[in-house]
Design a protein around this ligand. Sequence first.
Ligand code: NAP
Length: 290
Amino acid sequence: MVWITGSKGMLGQELLQLFEKQSIPCLSSDIEVDITDIRAVEEFVKDNNISWIINCSAYTAVDMAEDETEKAFSINGSGVENLAVAAEKTGAKIIHFSTDYVFNGTKHSGYIEDDVVNPVNAYGASKLEGERQITSNCSRHFIFRISWLYGAYGNNFVHTMLNLLSSKDEINVVNDQYGSPTYTGELADFIRLIVESDSGKYGIYNFSGEGKTTWYYFARAVYSIGRDNGLIGKDTVINPVDSSSFPTKAKRPAYSYLLKDKLYKTFKYRPAEWKDTLEKYIKKLNKIPV
Ligand SMILES: NC(=O)c1ccc[n+]([C@@H]2O[C@H](COP(=O)([O-])OP(=O)(O)OC[C@H]3O[C@@H](n4cnc5c(N)ncnc54)[C@H](OP(=O)(O)O)[C@@H]3O)[C@@H](O)[C@H]2O)c1
């Protein structure tokens, strides 16, 4: 039996929909099974004969984590430790999601899995703690480091841009942070393959759309695809600006493009170009999500 945690979040909802559609036996929970409660976690795993935990629960408020660091570590660190311990005790496997924010962003040639980790913000540090808890407590683990996640369920950059670009005459978008978008739908399809193949090729892997971009070029792509598909009907000027024009509580890595050679070699799987995936996603929308 598969257990999807954080099933009301952006990725959790996508995975749950897919697994239900494919009739893959699974149970789901969100905050009602609090992952920071070891007893609740162990009971759930034991009582439901869980063989796979797919952990989509997390504290994801990057800026708020600077003030709520303890809470972020409790969910992203201790909560993840509980899942890892419960999985190890029963022989279950765990699939967990981490972030490009475990890197400090000074590399400029793409990050591989073995690069030195050195987060520049509290959220990144809490996610790194989660990785460490998984690797030290559960032998059968997959950790996928993903970046710039978007999809049908929840607030994300694509939805924000579609709303802004269809209502404003001019917007400014950061052009000095490099990375690559990850579409929840593509990631969910890949996770299904991981569960079904049961390859035993445990470890840490990077996963994101192919190709590097900046938030500015990402916004421009949303604009042109949104216009071509009738979602945006007005002219909007998009100005490239530096991060310094958008002061945020948490620092972001300037460069966090994830290289995926390990993913290709191990699973013979290559994510599509991020712009093609974005186009497919926007084409499916018949109105702008609010
Ligand atoms: N979003 C991104 O751009 C991004 C980028 C890189 C990596 N990731 C990683 O990808 C994964 C999925 O992200 P996402 O954007 O789908 O997250 P999300 O939308 O914030 O969903 C997380 C879910 O976990 C729930 N949750 C919080 N604390 C919990 C607890 N103690 N017990 C059980 N559930 C709890 C949340 O409930 P509440 O909403 O009520 O708190 C929410 O429903 C996370 O591991 C995240 O760190 C995300």
